[in-house]
Design a protein around this ligand. Structure first.
Ligand code: NOJ
Length: 550
């Protein structure tokens, strides 16, 4: 667990691996992944020469939940859903993970709870309940209309009438996910107790869900309208999120961790947050350590878009903050399919992997991407995500990116001995860990090489990012540079976004003083280490390379 530079926080040189617990490894044959299953696969993640080499796992929610949003509707913040195991299993997982140098990051859902959480049950029991103001309640407008026009992220109004008390409660997502009232100090204290509960159990950080939703304008003004096809976008979200109060809450959370400089906070926000996601770094030392920027994750595989977004998001991070790099997660189609559309998905996914580990920031790997797992082609009857089924029944939604991890080519890919909760992705007999583990040309071998390269290079972990505005427009070029005293390490990274090969030359001005070097890694498995010269080098179709500059 040693960082590349002893003074740098551990996450700056870490690789984080997101586990979707439903889909990683089942141990009891019920078709649903669980904590003992994850424990049995820790050696795959780290601890031996053959392991992938990741430094931390982020577990999507494992708390007791009625699963209307697959765990993002929490019923009890201080326990484990029986589908996944017990607190004792969790303690064993943390212990075993730490033994292998893997830190554990919990998903913390602070904006809302489940409507089955005891806090909400008490809150809705009467207008005078002691917990009434733990959630947002408001009277409707005359004619049985909700208090204002706010739309829920998943569809429909953000208000639901509670017939029993005759008032509406606010939910930014599903009606089963009522929003907590963060203006209430008692709520804040209760949540900080939850944070302490998990810290006492040894967790190393938190991924904060939907964090820009915490603050709302509680005089409940209507959001201004605008034209769009989807109800959520038919309004400017001026009052229902991104309010100053969110920053206050995050500052309080960070301050509560002042004695724990080793605890990592990464936040999820909307890409269209005013000022961009980077506003949640605060001044770089008082809000979040890292904030996801999903613009690259949502972008097409286009060099001009990547060039602009990478440079923009790199510059937006204030001193003291650190960027995460993420291309896939449980809410989006996998990037092998998104970036691959209209091209060769595998070659492009290899080039994307090279970017993931060479850009400045903490790479987040979504389980399965390291073997090239594709979106599952699911039948309508296979779909499980209630949000899609309820609001977007004509779409495949998020389930295709949540199919079980393919471990080998045994029945059900080694994921379960029973019937998996979602079918395996179609190509699991070819795309799986066992098949790729010892094949030097596999995606898995490429991920391992890139992770090792990153770990051993201060230029790649802590170095500065410098874009190079030269070369064909289809290619993206940049350097990473680390300087300390008289030590200077520089790498050049070049990625071809097109299916055509390119001959490239880079001027001395962009690279001075070095114009020669050694090509140390290519995404093309046929290409081996070779001498490299800035005057004349080539990139094959969708090829990415790393050059160590003299
Ligand atoms: C973001 C999570 O990633 C997503 O899965 C969830 O549905 C929403 N937040 C609501 O919690």
């Amino acid at each position: 667990m040693t960082p590349a530079q002893p003074s740098a926080p551990w996450w700056q040189s870490a690789v984080v691996y997101q586990i979707y617990p439903w889909s990683f490894q089942d141990s009891n044959g019920d078709g649903i992944g669980d904590l003992p299953g994850i424990i049995s696969r820790l050696d795959y993640l780290n601890g031996s020469a053959d392991s992938l080499g990741v430094d931390a796992i982020w577990l999507s929610p494992i708390y007791p939940s009625p699963m209307h949003d697959f765990g993002y509707d929490v019923k009890d913040y201080c326990d484990i859903d029986p589908r996944f195991g017990t607190l004792a299993d969790f303690d064993r997982l943390t212990l075993e993970a730490h033994r292998r140098g893997i830190r554990v990051v919990m998903d913390l859902v602070l904006n809302h709870t489940s409507n089955e959480h005891p806090w909400f049950i008490e809150s809705r029991s009467s207008r005078t309940s002691a917990k009434r103001d733990w959630y947002y309640w408001a009277d409707g407008k005359s004619g049985r209309r909700p208090p204002n026009n706010w739309a829920a992220r998943f569809g429909g109004s953000a208000w639901t009438l509670d017939r029993h008390t005759g008032q509406y409660y606010l939910h930014s997502f599903l009606p089963e996910q009522p929003d907590l009232n963060w203006t209430n100090p008692a709520v804040r204290e209760a949540v900080f107790d939850v944070v302490r509960f998990w810290l006492d159990r040894g967790v190393d950080g938190f991924r904060l869900d939907a964090i820009n939703w915490l603050g709302k304008e509680t005089s409940w003004p209507d959001n201004p309208r605008r034209l769009a096809w989807r109800s959520y976008y038919r309004q400017v979200h001026r009052y229902d999120r991104d309010q100053p109060h969110t920053h206050e809450a995050l500052r309080a959370l960070r301050a509560s961790l002042k004695d724990r400089a080793d605890i990592f906070l990464v936040g999820e926000t909307s890409s269209d947050t005013p000022g961009g996601p980077a506003v949640f770094y605060g001044d770089g030392s008082n809000e979040l350590h890292e904030v996801f920027d999903f613009r690259l994750l949502r972008s097409d595989w286009r060099p001009e878009v990547f060039r602009r977004l990478i440079t923009d998001s790199d510059r937006a991070v204030p001193q003291g903050g650190w960027p995460p790099v993420v291309f896939s997660n449980h809410d989006q189609s996998r990037h092998i399919d998104r970036y691959g559309a209209g091209g060769d998905p595998i070659r492009r996914a290899r080039a994307a992997a090279l970017l993931l580990f060479t850009l400045r920031g903490t790479p987040f790997v979504y389980y399965g991407e390291e073997v090239g797992l594709r979106d599952g082609r699911l039948r309508r009857s296979d779909l499980r995500d209630p949000y899609t089924i309820r609001y977007w029944p004509w779409k495949a939604g998020r389930d295709p990116a949540r199919t079980p991890m393919p471990w080998d080519d045994s029945p059900q890919g080694g994921f379960t001995s029973g019937t998996p909760w979602l079918p395996l992705s179609q190509d699991w007999r070819l795309t799986n860990v066992a098949r790729e583990q010892h094949d030097p040309s596999s995606m898995l071998s490429l991920y391992k090489r890139l992770i090792r390269l990153k770990k051993h290079s201060q230029a790649l972990t802590l170095g500065a990012y410098h874009p190079i505005d030269e070369g064909p427009k289809e290619c993206l070029l940049f350097t990473r540079e680390f300087r300390e005293a008289d030590k200077r390490q520089r790498l050049l990274i070049a990625v071809n976004f097109s299916a055509q090969p390119h001959r490239i030359s880079v001027s001395v001005a962009s690279l001075a003083p070095a114009t020669t070097g050694t090509l140390i890694l290519s995404t093309d498995p046929q290409r081996v280490e070779e001498d490299w010269n800035a005057d004349q080098f080539h990139l094959g179709p969708d090829e990415g390379i790393v050059v160590s500059l003299q």
